[in-house]
Design a protein around this ligand. Structure first.
Ligand SMILES: O=C(O)CCC(=O)C(=O)O
Ligand SMILES: [Fe+2]
Length: 298
């Protein structure tokens, strides 16, 4: 039976349990009952995985029918997506970022190295208010679950008009270059995987607050096959990841008919966080549309 989708009259963020249960598998992941034994166990498991492996994976978080519909919705937006296609720095330099890498003698080449980076990004304001993806992002119980796992006093879905909720759509040959994230908990939902390639590769806690471990990062860049963990995220998997201290990338997408599509949920401990205007200006300067159209334009 096809899942009955949230109607366009539904106020976003205000869903009944049975509506959410058509989207999120609440029997497997009781995030609406966090005080119960199963809810508390789930939080402990996620916290433990995040602390020891830098990642907590919740496969089958979104039900198969619902995830396919979200992937279809994403593909309808691809003409508007901005096409990122230029090398990126692995280390954030911006003073607003929580952890700004310290330079140390002899490592400036490693620090300034840029890594190929290519995908289409659908921005927050391009995603309809009444979409199921946004309904989940704004569901207060989900924010509360993430808050408890991250063990912070306050957590809010970002209000950034551009980057609160985004999707990255990657076609054959696309990839995310090595990088650290600017914040502690990056939350992703895999909407659709590619038929080959596109693995998520990461070095758990390769650095910490005190130690940049540039020698370890160099080994990682030189020999990722031995230095990194590599996983294939299946559609429907919800992931909490510590990318502030764990260098990571998405391997090149191989031959595939369907693009890899991931949604990124941004939260912050401050209610009014918006991302830096410089980064938004950069994204919006990129051409719009899928890679084929962009290569014709060039
Ligand atoms: O696509 C992914 O699985 C992760 C993306 C990522 O690392 C990011 O957007 O910062
Ligand atoms: Fe990242």
């Amino acid at each position: 039976m096809p899942v009955s989708l949230i109607s366009s009259n539904q106020e976003s963020g205000r869903l009944s349990r049975s509506q959410v249960n058509q989207l999120i598998d609440l029997n497997r992941y009781p995030i609406d009952q966090l005080e119960g034994g199963a809810g508390r166990d789930l939080i402990k498991i996620c916290q433990n995985n995040l602390a020891t492996q830098a990642i907590a994976l919740l496969p089958g978080f979104i039900r198969p029918n619902a995830i396919s519909k979200m992937a279809e919705d994403a593909q309808d937006l691809i003409d508007q997506a901005h096409r990122y296609d230029q090398p990126r720095a692995a280390f954030y330099e911006h003073p607003n970022h929580h952890h700004r890498a310290r330079d140390e003698d002899g490592w400036s080449t490693l620090r300034s190295k840029r890594h190929p980076n290519r995908y289409c990004q659908i921005l927050n304001f391009q995603i309809p208010n009444n979409s199921n993806l946004r309904a989940i992002y704004l569901w207060p119980e989900l924010t509360e679950f993430v808050r408890r796992v991250l063990d912070v006093d306050n957590l809010y879905p970002s209000l950034c008009p551009h980057l609160a909720l985004t999707m990255k759509v990657a076609f054959a040959g696309d990839l995310d270059g090595w990088h650290y994230d600017p914040n502690d908990g990056v939350i992703t939902l895999m909407l659709q995987s590619s038929e080959s390639g596109g693995e998520f590769e990461y070095a758990p806690y390769i650095r910490n607050e005190r130690e940049e471990n540039y020698a370890g990062v160099k080994r990682l860049f030189d020999s990722p096959d031995t230095e990194a963990q590599c996983i294939n995220l299946e559609a429907g998997t919800f992931t909490l990841f510590n990318g502030r201290f764990s260098m990571h990338r998405v391997r090149p997408i191989g031959p595939t008919k369907q693009p890899r599509i991931v949604a990124i949920f941004s939260y912050d401990e401050r209610p009014d966080m918006v991302f830096s205007q410089d980064y938004i200006d950069l994204l919006r300067s990129f051409p719009q549309g899928p890679p084929d159209r962009n290569s014709l334009v060039k």
